[in-house]
Design a protein around this ligand. Structure first.
Ligand code: ATP
Length: 311
């Protein structure tokens, strides 16, 4: 795969003047992302600029800190591992803002492709789900739960390979991974407030606010369903109504939904997180990768393949 920038080692300390800032690539709720060129190397990056005043006003310090921490962890392992993440090359700040220098995703996000295509052919959905599984396996081995996987957070590089982004809601769990969060040292259950996006949130986050790597597996089930149907499986007018449907596992497959994909999704969209496909695996996801849905996929060479055109 491309990612010239992805092959580059972390650059030494930089400052805003080291870059020529170009057009705005996108806006988040408390950040603006610019196309920027490193004057010295001529390489292009996406620079996420977060205004300090705004972060403080919105009380998003934890979110920004977590995003940096996770991106640093994944970027440190980028050379030896799955290349399917936006990489953080360096950070710097001035009196008003924080700057994150990131891999530039030149092909937008998966949601935009999906909306244009309405739904994907099965081979396209299979390819992108395989890249997602490969990336999530790697992330979980490093002890990171994303907690907000959804098509908008899956960006695409020059060749349309995936680059997972938006780690502000992520959680770093103590190694070894695959152990659900249990207790704090004082014996109380570790809890966190609701994070993520309603349509992709797993039942355990709704019931006892406890996430585990299996919460990301639930989201993968929702994303694959959406790629094949055009809409996520759990939809309603309000977040509350979506949550009720999730808790009752109230969704249906439309007629002609591919049957092997249906079997795979049904093994991920399981209320008990411990019973989800992959949840009992240690050191990787053999039960997921060996599912018949991925019969034609070689996970080790995915990054060398030309992704099918998302149609
Ligand atoms: P929020 O912070 O509200 O959850 P967000 O996560 O989308 O939103 P940002 O990460 O600031 O916020 O991204 C804002 C927009 O900038 C994205 O929607 C995307 O269009 C664009 N963008 C973000 N990162 C990159 C990147 N690495 N390459 C290209 N475009 C990007």
């Amino acid at each position: 795969m491309d990612s010239e920038a992805n092959n580059q080692s972390i650059v030494p300390k930089k400052e805003p003047n080291d870059f020529i800032f170009g057009r705005v690539l996108g806006e988040g709720s408390f950040s603006t992302v610019y196309l920027a060129k490193d004057i010295q190397s001529g390489k292009e990056f996406a620079i996420k600029v977060c205004e300090k005043r705004h972060i403080l006003r919105e009380k998003k310090q934890q979110y920004v800190k977590r995003e940096k921490e996770v991106l640093m962890l994944l970027s440190k392992h980028a050379k030896t591992s799955a290349p399917f993440f936006v990489r953080l090359f360096c950070t710097f700040q001035d009196h008003s803002s924080l700057y994150f220098v990131l891999t530039r995703a030149t092909n937008g996000d998966l949601l935009t492709y999906l909306q244009k295509a309405e739904k994907f052919e099965e081979d396209v959905a299979r390819f992108y789900t395989a890249e997602l599984v490969h990336a999530v396996e790697h992330m979980h081995l490093l002890g990171v739960i994303h907690r907000d996987l959804k098509p908008e957070n899956i960006l695409l590089d020059t060749h349309r390979h995936i680059l997972i982004t938006d780690f502000g809601s992520a959680k770093i769990i103590p190694q070894p991974p695959f152990l659900p969060e249990t207790e704090n040292s004082d014996g109380t259950a570790r809890r966190s407030s609701f994070v993520g996006t309603a349509q992709y949130v797993s039942p355990e986050i709704l019931t006892d606010k406890r996430s585990s790597p299996a919460s990301d597996l639930w989201a993968i089930g929702c994303i694959l369903y959406q790629m094949l149907d055009g809409n996520p499986p759990f939809q309603a007018r309000s977040e509350y109504a979506i949550f009720q449907k999730i808790l009752k596992l109230e969704f249906q497959y439309p007629p002609l939904f591919p049957s092997v994909a249906q079997d795979f999704i049904s093994k991920l969209l399981v209320i008990d997180s411990k019973e989800r496909l992959g949840a009992q695996d240690f050191g990787g996801y053999p039960s997921i990768k060996n599912h018949r849905f991925f019969e034609s996929i070689d996970f080790d060479t995915l990054h060398l393949k030309t992704p099918p055109r998302p149609t």
